[in-house]
Design a binder for this molecule. Structure first.
Ligand SMILES: O=C(O)CCC(=O)C(=O)O
Ligand SMILES: [Mn+2]
Length: 205
């Protein structure tokens, strides 16, 4: 991957995106945040270099294997569902993408949760990213690389859903009160799907 330096130094910040006001929340959507060529390069680099693990979490008193692989990188320890994740160091690829996300969101991130969905059977169940160490109004920048997957937001009080097709190179930022009023998921699917990497940049207080 000797072109990597070049890709990083020219990391295109934001194909254009826009802030979307939703009831009780705020989103930023940039479908073409990273060009498809760069996205492909980043996907293969991260697939090879991150310490992907299938973690066990405790749910309703039982140990269950998570339906995807994960890696945790950056500067902060993160605990959720009884799982404590000690960070691996930043890589140049992660730092390049982080910096692009920071410019758009005007937020500085100190960690990233990376998710690897190996195929359509891997998924992320309904949840809110509302752990106390994320603060009252977390800004979470979510970058997708590789296969496209559906991302669904569901309002906890109204019967409202918002869906995005998170294609390779897209950026979705969740901000404002989104984590208090909306849960979100990446549903499993019967359709044939290749692997997808998702990076969620976070600020652990
Ligand atoms: O894969 C995605 O798009 C969502 C990931 C997510 O919600 C999370 O890591 O908390
Ligand atoms: Mn989430």
């Amino acid at each position: 991957m000797d072109n990597l330096e070049l890709f990083i130094s020219t990391a295109a910040v934001g194909g254009t995106g826009e802030w979307l006001e939703i009831p009780d929340g705020k989103l930023f959507w940039a479908p073409d945040f990273i060009s498809s060529r760069e996205s492909q390069c980043y996907f293969h680099q991260l697939l090879a270099e991150l310490d992907w693990r299938q973690e066990t979490i405790r749910m309703f008193g039982r140990d269950v294997l998570q339906p995807r692989l994960q890696a945790w990188c950056g500067e902060a320890v993160y605990t959720y569902s009884g799982l404590t994740m000690t960070p691996e160091p930043w890589t140049p690829t992660l730092l390049a993408i982080k910096s692009a996300c920071e410019q758009v969101s005007k937020t500085s991130f100190n960690s990233v949760l990376a998710n690897l969905y190996r195929d359509g059977r891997d998924y992320m169940g309904w949840h809110q990213d509302n752990e106390p160490e994320l603060g009252a109004h977390p800004v979470i920048a979510s970058v997708s690389l590789g296969e496209e997957r559906r991302f669904v937001l569901k309002h906890l009080l109204r019967k409202q859903k918002i869906e995005f097709n998170l294609k390779s190179g897209s950026l979705l930022i969740m901000a404002g009160m989104t984590q208090q009023f909306w849960s979100h998921s990446v549903p499993k699917t019967q359709r044939p799907k290749q692997a997808r990497i998702n990076l969620t940049f976070r600020t652990i207080l």
